[in-house]
Ligand binder design. Sequence first.
Ligand SMILES: NC(=O)c1ccc[n+]([C@@H]2O[C@H](COP(=O)([O-])OP(=O)(O)OC[C@H]3O[C@@H](n4cnc5c(N)ncnc54)[C@H](OP(=O)(O)O)[C@@H]3O)[C@@H](O)[C@H]2O)c1
Length: 258
Amino acid sequence: MNRVLITGGNGMLGRALTASLIEAGYTVRVASRSPRSAKANPDVEWAQSSLETGEGLEEAVAGVDVIIHCATGGYTRAKKVDIEGTRRLLAVAKQHRVKHFMYISIIGVDKIPNSYMQAKYEAEQLIKASGVPYTILRAAQFYGAIAILLKGLTRLPIGIILKGFPSQPIDINEVSTHMVELVKAGPGGHVPDIAGPRTYQLVDLARTWLGAQGKRKPLLQIPIPGKFGVAMRAGHGTAPDKARDGLTWEDWLQKQYG
Ligand SMILES: NC(=O)c1ccc[n+]([C@@H]2O[C@H](COP(=O)([O-])OP(=O)(O)OC[C@H]3O[C@@H](n4cnc5c(N)ncnc54)[C@H](OP(=O)(O)O)[C@@H]3O)[C@@H](O)[C@H]2O)c1
């Protein structure tokens, strides 16, 4: 089980995973729609491929023992990438007798009614039905992803923050280290969720994130409408019983901004 293909290997999680897998002695093949860049880690193999068109997928999968499926189309292309792309990837994985297909999902995809979560849930069902040995891990938001979200929400003179949005973010390196352990363990089915040490309201994350950069800004909290809001307020995006001791948000801010 030595050669691992990472779809979305050039993304946020993909890059952390690449480093963790190489450190653990695996050969990593990064799948990306882009050609290999000069900045790419010289230790990795590169497979230019697209889940949306299927181009390059055969070559990407040939000769790998494990696929870690991190690619996503995000909110705008979830149907094409996360559902149709996953279906396409599973067919190629089956054909090449891939021994282990690992999928990174999100806590609450089965309970939070929004199109992205539903697409990820559908991808989970495709994997379970595929006949390819699998591991599905649902994770909380990564600290870096929270920071990107907050940057968007606070770009105006008044920050617009979702009210009643509990979040239990986690250090991405903790997730990637755990995923390497799961690769070592082999196909484990739907494994327990992974979440950060503490749960926060988004408004508190925003205040501390601004504060860590020496900034202050008025924050207007707006309620999340509809069933999505109900599910978020109910805490379906968190998993307090799966909280890990590890780097806290405050520790991460300190590392990031000093
Ligand atoms: N961010 C979080 O807080 C979080 C939390 C829990 C779970 N997750 C899950 O973890 C996974 C990785 O998240 P991330 O934040 O690392 O995402 P990301 O940085 O946006 O990376 C996603 C990657 O998907 C690839 N991609 C997009 N469209 C593609 C296509 N048509 N064909 C092939 N590849 C395509 C892109 O690679 P190229 O541009 O190189 O082609 C991109 O680098 C996602 O499945 C996400 O749902 C994320």
